[in-house]
Design a protein. Sequence first.
Length: 101
Amino acid sequence: MSFDTIRTSDINKYLGNPDVLIIDLRDIKEYTAGHIPTAINIPYEDMEEEKANLPKNKLLIFYCDRGNISLLAARDLLKEGYHIKSLVGGLRAYRGYLEKS
């Protein structure tokens, strides 16, 4: 089993899709400073407790600052039956609009 990676230029086609959940794995301070539209924040440190709340019937797209943490999280959750994609290069590679909370 493996998970897919997606380029930052492809993320826009997933925005607003009800079958997709975009998850920002950075800490809350980084998330509130700017995040991909529609993304929810689950810091990587909290993923172990929060994963039970994640739907297995949706595509989960993970991203972090540079892409390393999202790859780790994707690998871990893939083993548990989640459908995962990871954003290559993380938020630093993303050139689109950022929402602020």
